[in-house]
Design a protein around this ligand. Structure first.
Ligand code: MG
Length: 388
């Protein structure tokens, strides 16, 4: 207690005091955490989710995201996004939304940094190939593989495998991995929903940017879409007439701003009368964050357009097919010859199956590392391939 009045003293160095002061009642509060599978002592000033964020940031799987392409695989220049830059964009958008809605920014950031950590090499085509290769053992999902990485494959501690993250952080990723199960009745915690929304906002905007930069699309083609017209109007209104070469940068900025503002406006109002309710109350009531109906329709229109005009662009197809072929050859040769897997994956092949261990080994590779292992396995060289 304060000596001069009856108010309890708030010590902002303590994370539970900070959260008590800054977060809404319906945020995920660290003091309510269900803890870690292997109990650890509390840290004096870093909250449990801030520690999770740091563990993910310092993991080797996180660093490998810099060598994994998002959409544009192969020799297509160095401008476009990698999984790492995409992840930082998602994290930045998600933290902005989380802070304004008074949610737990540390948990949001941990979830955002982890959300794509399980992606295989070669973008979406890598995922499709692995999913087919592993069809007999349940297929491949990068969301599920992220959990294998943080719970089994990362090594940080002597006593156990994995990063020993909090149950809420693992639970958030688990909901991404098992979306259908989560959609019945209950809704995911708001921090999880914010990361989901930020992921989709970020990739729509940067796929537009990358596709324009690579010359797969023109501004004129895009201007038929309602959301793009709205963004271009806002740009012209704020800047007067803009030189054509600057429109692309301004457009990406405006597309993100427009969607983030819409989400905050829609849900800020929705959440205002719910102050006093807990995160659990809102999940039980099935509360879902949403865009305005107008923006939702515009986003759908943009995504349909990008799917046809970019993801299935004729310049991407041969690059993807060649990359997919390399992955397939590696998979088939390693499943037939598991002695060529690096030691720890040979052990996993004995424990699980050669197909599962091979899938994990391939999924952890960067694009370049995968290219090199392909050369190795199709050469006359023998012996195990390199570990990542
Ligand atoms: Mg993503």
């Amino acid at each position: 207690m304060d000596a001069f009045n009856d108010e309890p003293i708030i010590d902002l160095r303590r994370y539970d005091d900070r959260e008590h002061l800054l977060l809404a009642s319906f945020a995920t509060h660290s003091r309510d955490s269900l803890g870690r599978i292997h109990p650890e002592q509390d840290h004096s000033y870093r909250g449990p989710y801030a520690r999770d964020r740091d563990r993910i940031l310092h993991s080797s799987a996180f660093r490998r995201l810099s060598g994994k392409m998002q959409v544009f695989t192969g020799e297509m220049g160095i401008y476009h996004r990698t999984r790492l830059t995409h992840t930082f964009e998602v994290s930045s958008v998600a933290r902005t939304i989380s802070r304004v809605l008074r949610l737990n920014e540390d948990l949001t950031e941990a979830l955002a940094l982890m959300h794509d950590i399980g992606h295989p090499p070669y973008g979406h085509c890598g995922e499709d190939v692995l999913d087919e290769c592993l069809a007999d053992v349940g297929g491949f999902s990068h969301n599920q593989f992220a959990l294998v990485i943080v719970q089994q494959l990362e090594k940080r501690y002597q006593a156990f495998d994995g990063l020993n993250l909090c149950r809420e952080t693992l639970g958030g990723q688990d909901i991404r991995a098992n979306k259908k199960a989560a959609s019945v009745g209950r809704s995911p915690g708001l921090e999880i929903q914010v990361v989901d929304a930020a992921d989709s906002i970020a990739y729509d905007a940067h796929d537009v940017d990358d596709a324009l930069q690579l010359g797969l699309l023109s501004i004129e083609q895009l201007a038929d879409l309602s959301i793009i017209r709205r963004a271009l109007d806002a740009i012209n209104h704020a800047n007067g007439s803009v030189p054509k070469q600057q429109v692309r940068q301004l457009l990406v900025h405006e597309l993100i701003d427009l969607q983030v503002s819409d989400l905050i406006n829609q849900n800020g109002e929705l959440l205002l009368p719910l102050q006093g309710r807990s995160s659990e109350d809102l999940s039980e009531a099935g509360l879902r964050l949403h865009h305005s109906p107008v923006l939702e329709a515009e986003r759908n229109e943009l995504e349909r357009f990008l799917f046809d005009a970019v993801y299935r662009h004729e310049r991407l197809i041969p690059v993807r097919e060649a990359a997919g072929k390399r992955l397939l050859v590696l998979f088939e040769k390693l499943v037939a010859n598991p002695e060529r897997l690096p030691m720890r994956f040979r052990q996993r092949a004995d424990h699980f199956s050669p197909a599962i261990a091979t899938g994990e080994y391939l999924a952890g590779m960067t694009d370049n590392f995968c290219d090199r292992q392909f050369q190795q396995i199709t050469s006359l060289a023998s012996g195990p391939l390199a570990d990542w």
